[in-house]
Design a protein around this ligand. Structure first.
Ligand SMILES: *Cc1c(COP(=O)(O)O)cnc(C)c1O
Length: 471
C-alpha cells in the first residue's frame, strides 16, 4: 500500500477555506521561524478519504470480529457512550472554567467516583491517572506516602506474584521499591508458604490481581491480605480487569487498601489505538488525603502525593464509562460479569478438546492454553497457532503471557460475544488442530489472508523506521 506522501501531488487541495479578508501580519522576528515550509502531503478530498478507508480496512478491531485478547478485555464500546460523550456541554468544557458554569461535569466525576467506589469497596477515587500502569504508579505512591508519614523508612520491598502483569514490577521499580517475587502453587494461585516467608518488616505492600492472569480466583485471598497487614504492609489490587467480579465481590472486602481500574477495559471505553485510556485510583480512608491534587484547580493539598496528570484526567472517558455503568445498572453490571465468566468457561470447554488448558479448573473471565506439547512434538508454537487463527477471521489471543505458562495462549472472550461467535472461534481452533495433524508445515506460513504475513518482529522492534524520508 502506498504512503500518503507517495500519493501526494503538488498543488492538489481539499480545503474550503475562503480567501483571507484581514490584512496579513508577519510573525514576530523574535520567534524562531522554520526556513522551509513543512512537507505536507497534498491530496484531493476523495484521495484522502480513500487512503484512510484503505487503512481502516487493514486494521482489525472489535468491530471487525472476535477479539479474545486475554487480560486486555477488548469488549464492544456501546454507541450510547459516544452519544453522551459528544454532548457539546461535555465536549466544549474547559478545565479552568468557573465551577459554577461546569457543575454538571463536576457531578459526572462525583457520581462516577461514588459508583466506582461502591463497585470496588473503596472510599475515594482520583481520575487523574491516564492508564493502568499510571494508576499502579499512583497507587504505590500512596502506599509510600503512608509509610513515610509514619516515619517507617525501612519498608523498601513490594511482594508481587509471578503471574502478575508485567507493569506491576515495573511500577514498583519506578516508585523505588525492590520486588519480592512469589511463585504460584500447583493450582496457579499464591504459594502461601512462600508468602509467609516474604512477609517481614521490610515489606511496604503487596500487589495482586484477583482473579489472577490465569483467570483463577485465589481461594486464600483473605488470608493473603491479612498476612500482609499483619507485617505492617498495605495491599494493592490491580483491578485493570474487573470483568469477572463486578457486583459480585469487592477488592475492599478482600482486604485491599488501594486499587486501580482500567476504564478502557472493564468499563467499555475505547482501548488500544482508539484511546485515550483512564486508570482511576481508589483507596480506603487511611490513604484518602494522599490522593493526587490538581494545583491549578484546588491548590496544593498538604498531604497529597501531588499531581500525576493535568486537571481531572481524561474526562471524556469518564463520561463514557459512567454511561456504561448507568445504562447497565447494578443488575446489568452483575449480569455482565456473569456472562463474561460463562462465555470464558463455555469457550474453554470446547477449545480444550484440541489444546490443553494450563490450569484446568473452572475459570473466571479468561483462561490460558499451553502449546508446549505441540511445540515439542510437531514444532508448532503458540505463535504459529495465533497467526493461523487470523486466517479464520479472528484476532489472535494474547501470546506468551503469563510468563509462567510455556507457549501460552490466553483467551478472554468478554460478555459481549454471542454463543454463535464463541462456537465459530472453537471451530477455528478445531481446524487449526486438524491442520497440525495433517500438514503442520502449512501453519508456519500463516496468515495468508492479510496484506502482510509475518513481519520481521525483531527487526521492527530493534530498527524501527518511524520517519518518512522522501526518495
Ligand atoms: C492491562 C493491564 C495493566 C496495564 O494497563 P495499561 O492501561 O495498559 O497501562 C495492568 N494490569 C493488568 C492485570 C492488566 O490486564
Amino acid at each position: 500500500m502506498m504512503l500518503i506522501f507517495e500519493i501526494s501531488k503538488k498543488g492538489r487541495k481539499s480545503d474550503y477555506l475562503p480567501a483571507c479578508d484581514v490584512p496579513l501580519s508577519a510573525l514576530p522576528q523574535a520567534s524562531k521561524l522554520r526556513k522551509d515550509p513543512p512537507k505536507l502531503p497534498e491530496l484531493s478530498e476523495i484521495e484522502l478519504t480513500r487512503h484512510y478507508t484503505r487503512l481502516a480496512k487493514q486494521a482489525f478491531g472489535v468491530n471487525s470480529g472476535f477479539y479474545p485478547l486475554g487480560s486486555c478485555t477488548m469488549k464492544y464500546n456501546p454507541r450510547v457512550n459516544e452519544v453522551t460523550a459528544s454532548n457539546p456541554n461535555f465536549m466544549g468544557i474547559h478545565p479552568l472554567q468557573p465551577l459554577e458554569s461546569a457543575k454538571g461535569c463536576r457531578e459526572v466525576l462525583d457520581l462516577a467516583e461514588s459508583l466506582l467506589c461502591e463497585v470496588t469497596g473503596m472510599n475515594a477515587m482520583s481520575f487523574q491517572p491516564a492508564a493502568g500502569a499510571h494508576g499502579e504508579y499512583t497507587g504505590l505512591l500512596l502506599i509510600k506516602k503512608y509509610h513515610e508519614l509514619r516515619g517507617d523508612h525501612l519498608r523498601t520491598k513490594i511482594i508481587i506474584p509471578d503471574s502478575a502483569h508485567g507493569t506491576n514490577p515495573a511500577s514498583a521499580a519506578m516508585v523505588g521499591y525492590s520486588v519480592v517475587n512469589i511463585p504460584s502453587d500447583a493450582n496457579g494461585c499464591v504459594d502461601m508458604d512462600a508468602l509467609k516467608k516474604a512477609c517481614t518488616d521490610e515489606i511496604a505492600g503487596l500487589m495482586l490481581t484477583n482473579p489472577n492472569t490465569l483467570g483463577l480466583f485465589d481461594p486464600n485471598i483473605l488470608e493473603i491480605t491479612q498476612l500482609v497487614h499483619a507485617c505492617g504492609g498495605l495491599n494493592y489490587y490491580d483491578g485493570a480487569n474487573l470483568n469477572a467480579i463486578m457486583g459480585k465481590s469487592r477488592p475492599g472486602d478482600m482486604g485491599f487498601d488501594v486499587v486501580h481500574l482500567n476504564l478502557h477495559k472493564t468499563f467499555s471505553t475505547p482501548h488500544g489505538g482508539g484511546g485515550p485510556g483512564s486508570g482511576p485510583v481508589g483507596c480506603k480512608n487511611i490513604l484518602k488525603s494522599y490522593l493526587p491534587d490538581s494545583i491549578m484547580i484546588e491548590g496544593r493539598k498538604p498531604e497529597s502525593i501531588g499531581q500525576v496528570r493535568s486537571f481531572y484526567g481524561n474526562f471524556g472517558i469518564v463520561v463514557r464509562a459512567l454511561t456504561y455503568i448507568l445504562s447497565l445498572g447494578s443488575d446489568g453490571l452483575k449480569a455482565a460479569s456473569e456472562t463474561a465468566v460463562l462465555n470464558a468457561n463455555y469457550l474453554m470447554h470446547q477449545v480444550k478438546e484440541y489444546f490443553p488448558v494450563a490450569y484446568d479448573h473452572v475459570c473466571m473471565h479468561e483462561f490460558v492454553l499451553t502449546l508446549e506439547k505441540t511445540k515439542h512434538d510437531k514444532n508448532i508454537s503458540a505463535l504459529d497457532v495465533a497467526k493461523g487463527l487470523i486466517d479464520y477471521g479472528m484476532h489472535p489471543p494474547t501470546m506468551y503471557f503469563p510468563l509462567i505458562v510455556h507457549e501460552a495462549l490466553m483467551l478472554e472472550p468478554t460478555e459481549t460475544e454471542s454463543r454463535e461467535s464463541l462456537d465459530q472461534a472453537a471451530m477455528a481452533f478445531k481446524a487449526i488442530k486438524e491442520k497440525i495433524d495433517m500438514d503442520p508445515d502449512a501453519l508456519h506460513a500463516a496468515p495468508l489472508s492479510t496484506p502482510i504475513g509475518r513481519p520481521d518482529e525483531v527487526n521492527a522492534a530493534r530498527n524501527p523506521i518511524l520517519r518518512y524520508t522522501s526518495k
